[in-house]
Design a binder for this molecule. Structure first.
Ligand SMILES: [Zn+2]
Length: 655
């Protein structure tokens, strides 16, 4: 895999060599590219370029981490250096799994491809995707990664390795050294490279350091070694400063032998900028996330400040060098960190943490240099980071990334207008309201979204799906039809007193449910949310099947202490693979398939129905006992009848 890269890595000319003339540099590129190789073989066009492309990722650095660090250091929000960069936008972060992890977000940034959580530079079908490191190397440019975590950890790995699991650290190290071969790696992770006889090693073989030095790659293990190396920069450098992750800034002794993130970043620029063809560099402040998982505000603040200091140094370097593009962003938020109040600089703000895991919050993006205009005052996603940086590395126009239906709680990626609500919620605006029902589909699955506002721990949104509308399957009427009481969703459905929409040919085959704002990852199941099969072929009314789907909520659509202003197009969203809805068809759909959907808001035990349904309740339907749904959204998901979902045709409301 990617064996041609072996020829290219770690071979920038020595520092004292004059830059190669334009034509020879182009010739190098041509001879290096093999048509059979899985890399972009499009040649540079126009005058030869020397792109200096830098991506800085604060892992887990959401808006709350930025605000807390700024309040602590400067006494105000918005006072960090990175927040002064000229371009400022936001990114949605969700992966195919829902709330992203660092591997899927890293892969989206490194390759432009959305994937499942845990995947390292592999797509949804487990195929390797070309990373920005590989793209740079394939063009004869230098490329490297810097991290305060082990260099084998998810974010740096997503740029320098390919693996089904982010946790296969030994394999990832081998991929880095033997296959991808970046020009530079600086960070922790020595344990994955040392020979077995060294007691710090986790390997059972001779390790990877000899292979690195055989290839002419210098290796260093402390700050002094790094400084010495940079004084006469090697053409290839691997610095591993801890057996595992590098020490938190706050926990480093005064006589630490570990370089700072700023030291490592500037050293990396010295080494990589020797290449007259330019370079790509990813720099990660990794431990903001690790501190946030532990809801450790002090460490999250100091790691964010150390990252900001590195941004300031890199930004100054970038400003002094032509053709430099710098993007600073995060892979995701972590902890649901919210600032509640503050006193003064030097004091930690009062905060609230939602939990010890990642959230779906949008993250900020700051940038300077060429090719970053699209981000300014815009909300995009991680695949755009790849698109912008790949354009800089190739000298070609930015290619807009394809729209991939993603469970991100936003219908910004849906092609069709949703069916709107006409009844004002009787909970009070900003608490519990179903504003619209939106459907879209592609060759992989169905997206169902309900923009609106949902109250934490209260009420449940239920979407009934008939996947073979017109056929005599499914439950025409839910009232008392289900008896399974084995879990929260099952009890809710069993208690739900609701008449079906009364449409000839309607039978609910699946129920998609989220109680109290619960999200579900694509690869896991929850008692409080998920997709359930309702009918004989999909379980039985007294034993509902649990079916895979990813459920997620957009940012700031779940209310807790105060009513929320509804956000246009943001709410609840699920993406359901065709293999879940049509399990016998191996990812196909029945030719010409039409899906019928209807949504309703009920209380957490299911026995009380709100006035919020989509299509909206009629007066008579709402007044009936039990209430009766008034209609359906009909969506022909295979408009050309070829058995492949396309979602081209707009859904229609019935009646
Ligand atoms: Zn994390």
């Amino acid at each position: 895999m990617l064996s041609l890269l072996t020829l290219l890595a770690c071979t920038p000319p020595p520092a004292d060599t004059a830059p190669a003339p334009d034509d020879s540099a182009i010739a190098d590129d041509s001879s290096a590219v093999d048509d059979t190789a899985p890399v972009d073989d499009t040649q540079d066009t126009g005058p030869h370029i020397r792109p200096r492309v830098i991506l800085m990722i604060g892992d887990g650095m959401g808006p709350g981490q930025l605000a807390s660090a700024s309040l602590y250091a400067h006494g105000v929000e918005g006072g960090l250096f990175m927040e002064t960069l000229p371009t400022h936008g936001q990114l949605r972060t969700a992966s195919l799994s829902g709330i992203t992890d660092s591997a899927a977000a890293g892969t989206a940034m490194s390759s432009g491809v959305k994937t499942w959580n845990g995947r390292v530079a592999l797509d949804r079908d487990s195929q390797p995707v070309t990373t920005l490191v590989e793209l740079a190397l394939s063009r004869g440019r230098a490329a490297g990664v810097v991290s305060t975590a082990s260099v084998t950890h998810a974010t740096p790995a997503s740029f320098t390795a390919h693996d089904l699991s982010r946790f296969s650290y030994v394999d990832i190290a081998e991929d880095q050294v033997r296959e991808v071969q970046p020009t530079l790696m600086l960070g922790g992770g020595l344990a994955y490279f040392l020979p077995a006889e060294d007691e710090r090693s986790v390997r059972d073989d001779e390790g990877l350091l000899i292979e690195l030095s055989d290839r002419g790659c210098a290796t260093v293990e402390d700050a002094a070694g790094l400084a010495a190396a940079v004084a006469a920069p090697p053409t290839c450098l691997v610095g591993l400063f801890d057996t595992e992750h590098m020490t938190y800034v706050l926990d480093r002794p005064e006589d630490t032998s570990q370089p700072t993130l700023t030291d490592m970043s500037l050293a990396a620029l010295e080494v990589l900028d020797q290449d007259p063809d330019g370079f790509f560099l990813m720099i990660e402040g990794a431990r903001i996330d690790m501190a946030s998982h532990g809801n450790d505000l002090e460490r999250a603040v100091h790691e964010t400040l150390a990252f900001d200091e590195a941004v300031e140094a890199v930004s100054a370097w970038a400003a002094a060098h032509e053709d430099t593009t710098l993007i600073v962003t995060a892979d995701h938020e972590c902890g649901g960190l919210e600032v509640l109040g503050h006193t003064q600089a030097g004091d930690y703000p009062q905060v609230d943490w939602r939990w010890g895991n990642h959230t779906n919050a949008r993250v900020d993006l700051f940038a300077q240099g060429a090719g970053v205009d699209r981000f300014n005052l815009n909300v995009l996603d991680h695949t755009w980071v790849h698109a912008a940086l790949a354009a800089q590395l190739t000298g070609q126009a930015l290619v807009e990334p394809p729209v991939v239906l993603t469970p991100d709680g936003s219908i910004a990626d849906h092609r069709h207008a949703p069916v709107p609500q006409t009844r004002e919620t009787d909970f009070g605006v900003g608490w519990n309201q179903l504003d619209a029902l939106s459907l879209d589909a592609d060759d992989r699955g169905l997206a169902v979204a309900v923009p609106g506002v949902f109250t934490w721990e209260q009420n449940a949104v239920v979407v009934l799906l008939d996947v073979d509308y017109g056929a005599a399957t499914g439950l025409a009427d839910l009232d008392g039809a289900i008896t399974d009481q084995d879990g929260g969703v099952e009890i809710l459905l069993a208690e739900m007193r609701l008449d079906g929409p009364g449409a000839a040919g309607f039978g609910a085959d699946y129920a998609l449910v989220s109680i109290g704002g619960t999200e579900v990852y694509a690869d896991s199941f929850s008692q409080k949310a998920g997709l359930r099969g309702l009918t004989e072929a999909l379980g039985a009314p007294d034993d509902l099947w649990w079916v895979r789907a990813a459920l997620n909520f957009g940012e700031q659509v779940r209310a807790s202490v105060a009513a929320l202003t509804p956000r246009d197009g943001e709410g609840f969203e699920a993406v359901i693979p065709w293999t879940s809805l049509y399990p016998d068809l191996l990812g196909q759909v029945p030719p010409g398939a039409t899906i019928a959907a209807t949504a309703v808001l009920v209380n957490t035990s299911g026995d009380t129905v709100s006035n919020q349904a989509l299509p909206p309740f009629t007066d008579a339907g709402l007044a009936a006992s039990p209430p009766a749904l008034s209609g359906l959204v009909l969506f022909t998901v295979d408009s050309d009848g070829d058995g492949v979902g396309d979602g081209e045709a707009a859904p229609v409301g019935w009646p």
